[in-house]
Design a protein around this ligand. Structure first.
Ligand SMILES: CC(C)(COP(=O)(O)OP(=O)(O)OC[C@H]1O[C@@H](n2cnc3c(N)ncnc32)[C@H](O)[C@@H]1OP(=O)(O)O)[C@@H](O)C(=O)NCCC(=O)NCCS
Length: 221
């Protein structure tokens, strides 16, 4: 069996890559997703996002991450794991401008000025990649700032939070600045879930094994 998408999808992908009309792009990506498994599971639309924006959105991940120009524009600095739930209006701001140059304006890194000023090579201060783990639930209107480089597996970020630091696995953080308000599970359960790596399963495998995975949760006595 071949993995090449059918001709209609290939044409839509070609049109998507050629147009700069955002409304047309949105229309096309919805169609591409619809006929290749939906935004939740489509490999085709994931490959397209990687190619066009450098944005990795893992298998099973759905919601606001798919309609977000801000994520696309910083895509090559962001990696999102599998089975995450994204509410609307979420920003992941992966970089700061330089605070130690005489201006925070990007003029010093323009191509033309680069030769003149020599040392000012990076438009943005490089803060590496922001990694969102697997099974992360990000609430409405969340802002993740460059001080946060990793959101652990199973974490929850409350609506309206401003996240300034890394978020521990299976914690629930909320507020401005976001702080841990509680943990989802006890340490033993977290360890069991982390080692199970259930998020590497396909949707079918998960359906078949959901009971067993749920039984990894041990209650505090
Ligand atoms: C984070 C969240 C999951 C916690 O839910 P919960 O466990 O039921 O939490 P509670 O309502 O019991 O709140 C616990 C404490 O955290 C505070 N808190 C909860 N959510 C908060 C938030 N988003 N920002 C600031 N504080 C918050 C509460 O005020 C409460 O504080 P208190 O103990 O001082 O009274 C939930 O509040 C939330 O933000 N959900 C996101 C909803 C959303 O965006 N949905 C979009 C559709 S996907």
């Amino acid at each position: 069996m071949t993995n090449t998408p059918p001709i209609g999808i290939r044409l839509a992908i070609r049109a998507y890559k050629r147009t700069s009309n955002e409304r047309l792009k949105r229309f096309l990506e919805k169609k591409i997703a619809k006929y290749t498994g939906g935004f939740m599971y489509s490999k085709v639309v994931r490959d397209l996002y990687e190619e066009e924006y450098g944005l990795h959105i893992g298998y099973g991940t759905y919601g606001g991450c798919w309609v977000n120009g801000q994520l696309k524009s910083q895509g090559y600095r962001i990696r999102i794991g599998n089975y995450c739930s994204f509410a609307g209006n979420i920003s992941i701001l992966a970089v700061n401008h330089h605070l130690d140059w005489f201006t925070t304006h990007p003029i010093l890194s323009d191509e033309i000025n680069r030769e003149k000023f020599g040392i000012f090579v990076n438009k943005n201060k490089d803060r590496g990649i922001t990694e969102i783990g697997n099974d992360v639930w990000v609430g409405q209107n969340v802002v993740i700032l460059p001080g946060c480089k990793k959101v652990g597996n199973g974490a929850v970020i409350g609506a309206g939070s401003i996240v300034t630091h890394d978020v521990p696995p299976y914690s629930i953080v909320a507020g401005n600045p976001a702080k841990v308000i509680k943990m989802r599970f006890n340490d033993e359960t977290i360890e069991r879930l982390e080692s199970s790596k259930w998020w590497e399963m396909s949707a079918n495998e998960l359906h078949n094994n959901a009971g067993e995975i749920q039984s990894l949760i041990v209650e505090d006595i």
